[in-house]
Design a binder for this molecule. Structure first.
Ligand SMILES: Nc1ncnc2c1ncn2[C@@H]1O[C@H](COP(=O)(O)OP(=O)(O)OP(=O)(O)O)[C@@H](O)[C@H]1O
Ligand SMILES: [Mg+2]
Length: 505
């Protein structure tokens, strides 16, 4: 649009200049060159298309005009000038020309011509009535504005596209110059309650809660955008009706440098999203707390039952065993049947004592309480090897004193889960466990040489064993990483910060 205005102005200036020279010429004609010659001299020196028409025929055409149309001089002199004009534009063009000749119109008019090679060009033209070779004639000045017109059209299209894109965006988009709003899309209504027209020209301060916060965010935007193209943050805002909302904002500078202090900011209302997120996080936390509680209740219950079984049942069985051997010694030697029965009873009591011991150890290895985590891990690895036939090496490099009792239980239970998985899924022939203390971190690593594990198995929401391990570690601020081993097998790596432990329980 701007371009077109400029070209019109150029043409008007040129035409005015020519007209001045022509009327000047009228006064001085008799002294020098003839009128016709002067028209031609002017036409040749002119930067625009120039023609003289008389009796519906071109009498003279300058080189610029010939170039627009693509015809030779001879062809043009012999053609019907109207045939140059695109049929749809002929009437309007003729009307405008007549108005101009009658001095009812003063601004240039536009129309399209068809060139010799069948292209369409936009022409901007003015006409005036002159006397040529003693008769009335028309002097035309024209300019090829096709490129400018096209550029203008493209620009308009681009502007239309831009505004439809802006309106299709659900976020509020605001353009700022020195913190003053110079454009806004329609979404400012749904997000801030302001009509876009109301915001134009206002300070961006209106969408913040107070002056201070407006200064803070402006400071953040302008300082960050000095060095980077975009900057994203979350910040509280205020709607027109005073309600507060939380917005995610993305600011980007216009142009390569921030020198002109022009930026565009998009605002997304994330109040509900944030609330839902917090709600979700809270309920997850509640579930975790519940899980901690249930685990600790279960551990305590297991410990209590293990102790009861061990102490009460174990002691009674041992007493029974002693009584039985006392009885065996006093049984009549000649009664083989009774002797045999007593021996079998004694063996049964022995195996029951063993079972009781096993059950109570499975419920809660007393080693864990009596000798600490490293010893319990070593014992468990040994026991696992004996029972499964899978070789299990243990590498222990940590002192028990730094490990909280509940943390020791957590690590021990994770270790037991990895061993169960090795037996059930890995097809391994050996495994290796290491428990190390590095800096302020406790590391448990269990690696096997089995068939390995896939990402899907690790992340499957139905893999409750994996989830349980991760949750147990998470309670202590720790992590569990499971990955395939090289060249084969599975590695489970548990890391728990030692300093955090006490505060988390
Ligand atoms: N050491 C391993 N080697 C090969 N595959 C494994 C190993 N550990 C786990 N997996 C695979 O990962 C899956 C998930 O393990 P996870 O412990 O979560 O569940 P599970 O052992 O199948 O069942 P649960 O532990 O609940 O009784 C297993 O089903 C198995 O396919
Ligand atoms: Mg499992």
């Amino acid at each position: 649009m701007g371009l077109e205005k400029k070209s019109k102005k150029e043409l008007i200036d040129l035409v005015n200049h020519l007209q001045a020279q022509l009327s000047n010429n009228g006064r001085t004609q008799s002294k020098g060159a003839s009128g016709e010659d002067l028209y031609k001299i002017l036409a040749h020196s002119s930067q625009v298309g120039f023609y003289i028409m008389q009796n519906r025929k071109f009498q003279f055409i300058n080189s610029h005009f010939r170039e627009y149309a693509g015809y030779t001089e001879e062809e043009m002199l012999n053609m019907n000038p109207t045939s140059l004009v695109l049929p749809e534009d002929r009437r309007k063009m003729a009307k405008n020309a007549i108005m101009m000749l009658k001095e009812q119109r003063f601004s240039p008019y536009e129309f399209r011509i068809v060139t010799k090679d069948d292209r369409i060009k936009w022409i901007l033209e003015t006409v005036m009535s002159i006397t040529y070779k003693g008769k009335r004639a028309i002097l035309g000045n024209s300019m090829d504005v096709t490129e400018r017109k096209e550029a203008g059209r493209r620009l308009e299209e681009l502007e239309a596209l831009e505004s439809s894109i802006l309106d299709a965006i659900p976020q509020a988009v605001v353009g700022l110059h020195e913190r003053r709003i110079n454009f806004a899309n329609n979404a400012v209504k749904s997000i801030f309650g302001w009509h876009r027209e109301e915001l134009i020209g206002k300070s961006i301060r209106v969408i913040y809660r107070n002056e201070e916060e407006a200064d803070t965010i402006a400071g953040l935007f302008y300082s960050s955008l000095e060095n980077q193209r975009t900057y994203t943050t979350e910040f509280p805002c205020r709607k027109k009706d005073g309600r507060e909302i939380l917005c995610r904002m993305k600011a980007s500078r216009i142009g390569e440098k921030l020198r002109e202090r022009r930026i565009v900011v998009t605002y997304e209302d994330i109040t509900q999203q944030k609330k839902a997120q917090e709600e979700l996080e809270r309920s997850r936390q509640e579930l975790r707390n519940l899980s901690v509680h249930l685990q600790s209740v279960r551990e305590k219950e297991s410990t209590r039952i293990a102790r009861k079984i061990h102490d009460e049942l174990g002691q009674s069985l041992t007493a029974l065993q002693m009584d039985l051997s006392w009885l065996e010694g006093r049984l009549p030697k000649q009664n083989e049947q009774i002797q045999d029965k007593a021996r079998r009873m004694s063996r049964l009591v022995d195996s029951t004592i063993e079972s009781v011991h096993k059950i109570s150890t499975e419920l809660r290895p007393s080693l864990l309480d009596d000798l600490g985590l490293p010893a319990a891990i070593e014992w468990q690895a040994d026991d696992f090897q004996k029972r499964s036939g899978i070789r299990c090496e243990a590498f222990l490099d940590c002192s028990d004193s730094s490990i909280d009792k509940d943390l020791a239980t957590t690590i021990f239970r994770i270790f037991q889960e990895t061993l169960t998985n090795i037996v059930h899924h890995s097809k391994a022939t050996k495994c290796r466990v290491s428990l190390t203390e590095k800096g302020k971190e406790l590391c448990l690593e269990v690696a096997d040489n089995g068939i390995g594990i896939t990402r899907r198995q690790i992340d499957d929401p139905q893999s409750f064993g994996m989830i349980g391990m991760r949750e147990r570690a998470h309670l202590w601020g720790g992590t569990v990483h499971v990955r395939g081993g090289k060249p084969q097998g599975t590695i489970v790596n548990v890391k728990i910060p030692l300093n955090k432990g006490d505060s988390i329980k």
